[in-house]
Ligand binder design. Structure first.
Ligand SMILES: Cc1ncc(COP(=O)(O)O)c(C=O)c1O
Length: 433
């Protein structure tokens, strides 16, 4: 199959969608719906394509995309570093057996506790995001008599033309030291005075779901110009440059993201050109994709529960999940392709509105989904590219237990996350009587 579907997606003799050689009918019968189905071959292939597409570069998985033990272990097995952005993500990664020195800690408001745990565990790099944090880290590292290796997160002033909620590189951002206001310079000058914080590089992430290579190249140029200027002004050449993540992926058949190797080639060529022009040694480079690693590997399987025809208006198709397992359509107006998964149909397609079961009009799965006219209750729908920022942003709105996740490979199914139970939903409640 082509489009936004996982690499092993196919149809069996009965017309049922298969992922990793397993029929969705079997998956729904054995594991229930909604269900996240991870194509392990797809996930591993995307890790490898990134590593091959960026020769000599440290590829880091941004775990915010989906931070669950099994996914982290797969990504770790493929040799990627892992970035964590909270104590909870740090805990999950360490508990998954990822060596601390292969972790990078992010966050615009890391707590003392999070910084202390990172220092005690010995995480590879801490990305310093603010002046407050610089001083906090100095104090905590001094108390431990250690020197923390850090990157300064700069805000490079690049508008990546993506949704405003996933833009981070523009000047007026909550993340990092704004370059155009001189804050990155001030932060570097201050860090040079500190004994327990060692700035080994710069971090610059410009946003998410970016389709062209130009914003990434602009980011390279801005960051390398900064390294050259700091070399000239302070006689210090920083050895590392993290260019962030943000590569766009295909959610619908109409999306045409840049192939990884083209993106890698464009970035590395621009690095080499700029380094040569600035007489700068090529820094150790790091990229930090999340969505592009895990997003396309996964589908969500839902069952159709009601179909409401409003003549002259719309046809509403309700499924058994929705905004609690995929907030992206409501949050970012995101679109994901949807298809009839348990069978093929010769019936004419027509545009329907696929919605979830939550008490909220914005609970959209997909507008104008072309589904066959004979769509019936009990049919299974597959939603494409739901591996990133779905499970990790899931909620229990309307007290819906969160779905299970399984990984499939060569006809085998293994659980990744158990389905939440209704008991789980009240586990933290403190009854009055
Ligand atoms: C600092 C940083 N790095 C990497 C990423 C990963 O972005 P993406 O999943 O779009 O590749 C993000 C996403 O928000 C981020 O904030």
């Amino acid at each position: 199959m082509t489009g936004p579907w996982p690499l092993t997606a196919d149809r069996d003799a009965d017309g049922a969608l298969t992922i990793g050689g397993v029929s969705v009918r079997e998956l729904a019968r054995e594991h229930g719906t909604p269900l996240w189905v991870v194509d392990e071959a797809d996930l591993r292939t995307r890790c490898r394509r990134y590593v091959e597409g960026f020769p000599g570069v440290e590829v880091t998985y941004a775990s915010k995309a989906w931070c669950t033990t099994g996914v982290l272990q797969l990504v770790d097995e493929e040799g990627l570093l892992i970035d964590v952005a909270s104590g909870g993500e740090l805990f999950t990664a360490l508990n998954a057996g990822v060596p601390a020195d292969r972790l990078i800690l992010h966050g615009n408001n890391k707590s003392e506790d999070e910084l202390e745990r990172a220092l005690d565990a010995g995480v590879g790099r801490i990305v310093v995001d603010s002046f407050d944090e610089l001083e906090r880290l100095e104090r905590l590292a001094a108390a431990r008599e250690v020197v923390a290796p850090v990157w300064l997160r700069i805000t490079p002033g690049i508008d990546a033309h993506t949704h405003e909620y996933v833009r981070t590189g523009h000047d007026d951002s909550k993340f990092g030291f704004t370059l155009s206001l001189g804050l990155a310079d001030q932060a570097f000058a201050r860090a040079l005075e500190l004994d327990h914080v060692d700035v080994v590089g710069v971090h610059a992430h410009i946003g998410s779901q970016i389709f062209g290579t130009d914003p990434f190249i602009a980011n390279v140029e801005v960051a390398l110009d900064l390294l050259a200027r700091w070399r000239d002004e302070h006689d210090v050449t920083l050895a590392e440059l993290n260019l962030g993540g943000g590569m766009g992926i295909r959610y619908t058949h109409e999306d045409h993201p840049v192939e990884v190797h083209r993106y890698g080639k464009a970035v590395l060529e621009s690095v080499d050109e700029r380094c040569e022009a600035l007489d700068l040694p090529r820094p150790r480079l790091i990229v930090e994709p999340g969505r592009a690693i895990v997003g396309p590997s996964t589908i969500t399987l839902y069952e159709v529960g009601t179909i409401k025809e409003l003549p002259g208006l719309s046809t509403w198709v309700s499924v058994d999940g929705g905004m609690s397992d995929n907030i992206r359509p409501a949050l970012y107006d995101a679109e994901h392709d949807v298809l009839l998964a348990n069978r093929v149909s010769d019936a004419e397609p027509r545009a329907v509105t696929v919605v979830g079961k939550h008490c909220e009009s914005g609970d959209l799965v997909r507008d104008h989904a072309p589904l066959p006219r004979d769509l019936a209750l009990g049919d299974l729908l597959a939603v494409a590219a739901t591996g990133a920022y779905t499970a990790s942003m899931a909620s229990n709105y309307n007290q819906l237990p969160r779905p299970a996740a399984v990984r499939v490979r060569d006809g085998q199914v293994q659980p990744l996350v158990h389905r939440e139970t209704e008991e789980d939903l009240i586990r933290r409640d403190v009854p009055l009587r």
